[in-house]
Write a protein that binds this ligand. Structure first.
Ligand code: ACO
Length: 317
C-alpha cells in the first residue's frame, strides 16, 4: 500500500505549564527539563469523534477522494465516551462513508499497527482505499491531582488514507505482557452475581520502567528493520517516533548514533497524544512541505501492553 492523504485535528483548548502550576505542585522548569513539553491541547467542549471526523475528511480530501470511495476504516483508540458502538462506526456515519469499520486498541502503538493491518488487507485484495484513524483523549484517563502523569498528556486525532501501491516497505510489530508498569482500570456495571473485588483507578504508570523499555525496544526494532532492508540509518529521511517524551526521542537518536535533526518532534506543544501522535506528526511534516517523493520514513511507537510497532515507508505523494 501507499499513503495518499493525511489529516489532523487538535482541540482548541491550549493548556500551558504555567496553567498547571496554578493547581498542581509542579513547575514549568521540571516539566520542560524532564519531558520537553511546554503546552498541550486538551478536549474541553469538543467530542473526540468530531476531531476524528475532521481529521478523516482532511485526509480524504488530501487523497483526492470522497468519503464514498473509502471501503474500510480502521480506528486506533484507547478510550472515548462510548464503549460501544466503535469509534470507527461513529466516524463512518459522521463523514458519510459506507463501509466496514473496526477499532483497535494497541495503546500508543495503534496507528502503526493499523497501517500494518491496512497493508495486509490491501495485499489480500479485500479493500482498495482504507481510512486509518488514530483518535485519543488520554487526558480523560489520568488523575488530575497526580502530577506524575497528568502533565504528560494531550488529546487529538490524526488520519491517513492508504491505497494500492509500493510505499509500505516493511514492519516489525511486537508485544510483551507487562501490565504492571502501565494500566488504566474501569469498573463495569454491577450485576447481582459479581462476587469478586473490583475497582476503578486512573492511569498508573511506572515512568522509569516505561522510559527504559521504550528506548530499548524501539531502537532494537528500528535497527532490525533497517538491517533487514539493507539500509543504513542515514538512508532514512525522518524518524517519526511516538511523541511521549523528548528525552525518549533523544535517547533513541543516541542509540541510532544519529543527529537529532533526523527526529522531528511536536511533543513540546502537543504533549503525549497516545496513538494519535505519529499520525499528527506525519500530517504536520506533510503539510509543512517537509516530505518529498521517494523519502524513506520510519514510523515507530510504543505503548501500554507493552506494545511496539515500527514500519518503514516510502513517501510517494
Ligand atoms: N512536577 C514536579 N515534580 C514531579 C512531577 C511534576 N509534574 N512529577 C513527578 N515529580 C517528582 C517525583 O515525585 C519525584 O520526587 P521525589 O524525588 O521527591 O520522589 C521526582 O519528581 C522524580 O520523579 P521520577 O518519576 O523519578 O522522574 P523521572 O525523571 O523518571 O521523570 C517521567 C518522570 C517524565 C514520567 C519519566 O519517567 C518519563 O518520561 N517516563 C516515560 C513516560 C512515558 O513515556 N509514558 C508514556 C508512554 S506509554 C503511553 O504513551 C501511554
Amino acid at each position: 500500500m501507499k499513503i495518499i492523504g493525511t489529516g489532523r485535528a487538535h482541540p482548541t483548548k491550549v493548556v500551558t505549564n504555567a496553567m498547571l502550576e496554578e493547581f498542581l505542585d509542579t513547575s514549568n522548569e521540571w516539566i520542560v527539563e524532564r519531558t520537553g513539553i511546554k503546552e498541550r491541547r486538551l478536549i474541553s467542549d469538543e467530542r473526540l469523534e468530531d476531531l476524528a471526523a475532521k481529521a478523516s475528511l482532511l485526509a480524504i480530501e488530501d487523497a483526492g477522494l470522497k468519503p464514498k470511495d473509502i471501503d474500510y476504516i480502521i480506528c486506533s483508540n484507547v478510550v472515548n465516551e462510548y464503549i460501544t458502538p466503535s469509534l470507527s462506526c461513529i466516524v463512518q456515519g459522521a463523514i458519510g462513508a459506507k463501509c466496514a469499520c473496526v477499532d483497535i486498541n494497541v495503546a500508543c502503538s495503534g496507528f502503526v499497527y493499523a497501517l500494518d493491518m491496512a497493508d495486509d488487507r490491501i495485499k489480500s485484495g479485500k479493500a482498495k482505499n482504507i481510512l486509518v484513524i488514530a483518535a485519543e483523549e488520554p487526558s480523560r484517563m489520568v488523575d488530575w491531582r497526580d502530577r506524575a502523569t497528568c502533565v504528560l498528556f494531550g488529546d487529538g486525532a490524526g488520519a491517513a488514507v492508504v491505497t494500492e501501491g509500493e510505499g509500505f516497505l516493511g514492519s516489525r510489530m511486537g508485544a510483551v505482557s507487562m501490565t504492571d508498569c502501565l494500566h488504566y482500570v474501569r469498573c463495569l456495571e454491577p450485576t447481582p452475581y459479581i462476587s469478586k473485588e473490583e475497582f476503578s483507578a486512573p492511569m498508573y504508570m511506572n515512568g522509569r520502567q516505561v522510559f527504559k523499555t521504550a528506548v530499548m525496544l524501539s531502537s532494537r526494532d528500528i535497527k532490525a528493520l533497517l538491517a533487514d532492508k539493507g539500509l543504513q540509518p542515514e538512508d532514512v529521511k525522518y524518524y517519526v517516533l511516538h511523541q511521549a517524551n523528548m528525552r525518549i526521542v533523544e535517547a533513541v537518536a543516541k542509540q541510532m548514533e544519529l543527529d537529532l535533526s533526523y527526529f522531528p518532534h511536536n511533543v513540546e506543544y502537543c504533549g503525549n497524544t497516545s496513538s494519535a501522535s505519529v499520525a499528527l506528526l506525519l500530517d504536520e511534516l506533510h503539510r509543512d512541505g517537509k516530505l518529498q517523493r521517494g523519502d524513506k520514513l520510519i514510523l515507530s511507537a510504543f505503548g501500554a501492553g507493552f506494545s511496539t510497532g515500527t514500519c518503514l515507508i516510502e513517501w510517494t505523494k
